[in-house]
Design a protein around this ligand. Structure first.
Ligand code: ATP
Ligand code: MG
Length: 768
């Protein structure tokens, strides 16, 4: 070990002196959890009871009492954000010494470091690369092709998902239970998994799941290496323990085996990553695997007011599969959890935006307010509202709605329909979804466009009549151009939301997503549905596209004081004075998909997510649900979430002053006041939107010309047009030498010496 000399600060906390100040204010149980440094400790406690605080203080305590030096501590948290936060807090206690905490990070970041040092033991070099999901899929696709497995029937994404699942369970190919491999390509899953791992090794690469898996292989196969880490890590600390998966658990157990100085903190009621392989059972296993473990329960919540805590506790009590615990707080009084029924999603975003503006006027910082959604599609309404009202906001842990790939794709289609010259849009979607127009063909097309000073669409029209691209690509491109023409012709007769829906269906975009077995395809479909429905608020496609460019333009640089928008999953471990919880409707939250796929278990996980949501709030928690949502242009009535009804009445209040409210817990009906919705069903007319328009936003010069096939000549570059004539000897990059037999604008027919007669474009021709 390359330990550097480091000043000890154990003097700060000599046993005979007064207790160090960082212990001040901890309650008895917390203090016990901090001071019980030797032997296994499990802190099992509800939200906001100070688990993370205990963990941080414990770390500081170990350092301050000289029990270990910073690089002898292993501390794992769930996200990079949480790791940074922890380092920050420790620095506040012990100062710059915290910089030496080299092994504080996420499971993956720590495992990656360990793998770097021992890569050769699993057949990698220390310079290995970590591949992303795209590369992973590409690799699997190549494998399937080499094995003659039909990728349509057995999608690469599906195998990628299986492999991930196996890795989360700690199964290397040789340890894979035979029945597991049966799930793919007629029992070939296991063999493909082995091939995939071999291939990664050849590439000196590994995927995300490998990081822990390789660590486990190294530790189990090389006791000397494991012993080295036993030596190194004197104390091990783990936050959000309830969300560890089997591989992470095995890894921990291996590392903690010898010294047993391991402290895990967690809350079974906040286990929300079952879909990623997290196992609450790990909590129960802990006591078995570490006999004599001290289990400490914390019951005092320091985060939330009594109503918020009571609402959350009442809700989670409906779950059967839980260890159960009591929570109390000294923070009496405060606002009850408000539950509001609104007319629709727009009304919901309007209400919350108004409340945020009001709170801000009353002196609250934006950064103290959070909107926690179940699914990303819900963000759209808020983001647009905030842009219009100029409320700064940030989306944590993901792209903003309009920056999502599927939304950009949909907009590219619309822009191209609106303006055939929009080459950026053309490039973006010419082969999305995949229609067999490869990169080479696209590059060629753009070259022609540039050389002739025409749009890519126009260049495409020219090139489809030639042999420059293969027959297959030609067909694909013609179909695409014909589709574009048809959509353009529909533009004036069809409502634009319907038009987008038609485009997404006819282009195969939605089908491609439906077939996609990847983890994000469902979310992306939902986002597109949300997009289609939101377009109804604009009179014309042009107005809509203007609006989008405006939103995209303002959608930047919110600064530090911004409203925090994120998913409930992303909010784990965080806290905010004001929390808004929109979309509590059956099907949205609890998510229909969760229930469909996992039944009662899925429902309980959704309920834990609701518990996480409410317990993020320190002072104010406001739940809302809409009576109606528009899906694909049709209105559907929504039922309030069952979670609304599960909130204990005594801690909840119907927020009738909003004027929208029609019910409370127990009421399944919402009264809505149509007259409160003046702009409902018409174009956007909110003051903010007017303000935005008044700021000098100019509509885009949207050209709507539809060019006919093969008119390339009319607009081609005069210097190149007519440069060749019949009888000229020419050279073509692909077909070689030949003689021009006919000229039609910049399209030439050439009898090539070897390739025969071809139609080509003069861009690719030189005089021989
Ligand atoms: P979660 O389950 O949501 O991760 P947690 O159990 O990790 O919550 P913390 O985030 O550590 O809880 O603490 C919640 C809040 O209570 C924090 O603001 C923390 O500073 C505060 N807190 C914890 N313990 C005490 C204490 N003894 N005195 C005062 N404040 C405390
Ligand atoms: Mg915590």
């Amino acid at each position: 070990m390359s330990d550097l000399p480091q000043p000890r600060i154990s003097d700060l906390a000599r046993a005979d002196g007064p207790p160090p100040s960082y212990l001040d204010g901890l309650n008895t149980e917390q203090r016990r959890a901090v001071e019980a440094t030797e032997g296994p400790v499990l802190v099992l406690a509800g939200a906001g009871t100070g688990k993370t605080r205990v963990l941080t203080t414990r770390l500081a305590h170990i350092l301050a009492t000289g029990r270990a030096r910073p690089w002898e501590l292993l501390a794992v948290t769930f996200t990079n954000k949480a790791a940074r936060e922890m380092r920050h807090r420790i620095t506040a206690i012990i100062g710059p010494q915290a910089e030496g905490l080299r092994w504080l990070g996420t499971f993956h970041s720590v495992a990656a470091q360990i793998l770097r040092r021992n890569a050769e033991l699993v057949g990698l070099k220390s310079s290995y690369t970590i591949i992303d999901v795209d590369d992973q899929e590409r690799l699997i696709k190549q494998l399937l092709a080499a094995e003659n497995i039909d990728a349509k029937r057995w999608p690469p994404k599906q195998l990628a998902g299986l492999i991930d699942h196996w890795k989360n369970r700690g199964w290397t190919p040789d340890k894979l239970p035979p029945a597991e491999g049966a799930h793919f390509a007629n029992n070939r899953g296991g063999a493909l998994y082995a091939m995939y791992q071999d291939r990664l090794r050849v590439l000196n690469a590994c995927d995300f799941g490998d990081l822990l898996l390789h660590n486990i292989s190294i530790f189990t196969g090389h006791p000397d290496v494991l012993a080295e880490y036993h030596d190194r890590f004197r104390y091990i600390l783990v936050d959000e323990y309830q969300d560890t998966n089997v591989a992470q658990y095995l890894w921990l157990r291996l590392l903690a085996q010898k010294r047993q100085n391991v402290c895990c903190v967690g809350d079974d009621d906040q286990s929300i990553y079952g879909w990623r392989g997290a196992e609450v059972d790990n909590i129960l296993r802990f006591e078995r695997d570490f006999p004599g473990a001290e289990v400490i329960r914390l019951e005092r919540n320091y985060r939330s007011t009594e109503h918020i805590l009571a609402a959350a506790s009442g809700l989670i009590a409906a779950n059967k599969g839980r260890l159960g615990k009591t929570l109390w707080t000294d923070d009496k009084g405060g606002e009850k959890v408000q539950v509001r029924g609104v007319w629709d999603g727009e009304a919901e975003s309007r209400l919350i935006a108004e409340e945020i503006e009001r709170a801000h006027k009353d002196g609250r910082h934006y950064v103290d307010m959070a909107i926690l959604v179940r699914a990303s599609f819900q963000m759209r309404a808020f983001e647009e509202r905030f842009v219009l009202l100029q409320i700064p906001y940030t989306v944590i842990g993901g792209p903003r709605f309009f920056e999502r790939a599927e939304i950009r794709d949909a907009h590219a289609y619309l822009r191209l329909v609106q303006s055939p010259d929009d080459d950026l849009a053309f490039e973006r979607i010419v082969n999305v979804p995949k229609r067999g127009i490869g990169d080479t063909s696209v590059a060629k097309l753009l070259q022609v466009a540039r050389a002739n000073g025409v749009s890519a669409t126009l260049a495409a029209r020219g090139i489809v009549g030639t042999d420059e691209i293969t027959a297959r690509t030609r067909t694909a491109l013609s179909t695409f151009l014909r589709d574009l023409d048809r959509w353009r012709s529909l533009r004036d007769s069809m409502p634009h939301a319907r038009l987008l829906e038609t485009i997404l269906e006819e282009s195969g975009y939605t089908d491609a997503l439906r077939l996609d077995k990847g983890p994000t395809s469902q979310t992306r479909l939902e986002n597109l549905k949300e997009l289609v429905q939101s377009m109804g608020a604009f009179d014309t496609l042009e107005a809509y596209l203007e609006h989008v460019s405006l939103v995209m333009d303002l959608d930047r640089g919110a600064g530090d004081d911004a409203v925090q928008i994120m998913t409930l999953h992303g909010a784990k471990g965080l806290e905010f004075p004001l929390v808004f919880l929109p979309g509590w409707e059956e099907g949205v939250f609890p998510s229909q998909r969760s229930i469909d796929e996992k039944g009662e278990k899925g429902l309980e996980e959704e309920r834990r997510l609701a518990y996480v949501g409410i317990t993020r709030a320190r002072e104010v928690a406001r739940v809302s649900f809409a009576a109606n949502r528009q899906v694909y242009g049709r209105w559907t009535s929504q039922l309030p979430s069952r979670f609304v009804d599960e909130l204990p009445l005594a801690s909840v209040e119907a927020a009738s002053e909003t004027g929208y409210y029609g019910g409370g817990p127990g009421m399944q009906e919402t009264r809505s006041r149509w007259d409160d919705q003046p702009e409902f069903g018409s174009t956007y007319s909110s003051p903010g939107w007017k303000r935005a328009q008044n700021r000098g936003f100019t509509p885009r010069d949207a050209r709507t010309v539809i060019e006919g096939e093969g008119k390339l000549v009319a607009t081609s570059d005069p210097t190149s047009a007519g440069a060749f004539k019949r009888g000229d000897r020419v050279f073509h990059q692909k077909f070689g030498q030949g003689k021009v037999t006919a000229v039609e604008g910049n399209k030439l027919t050439v009898a090539f010496d070897h390739a025969g007669e071809k139609k080509v474009i003069d861009t690719f021709i030189q005089p021989a």
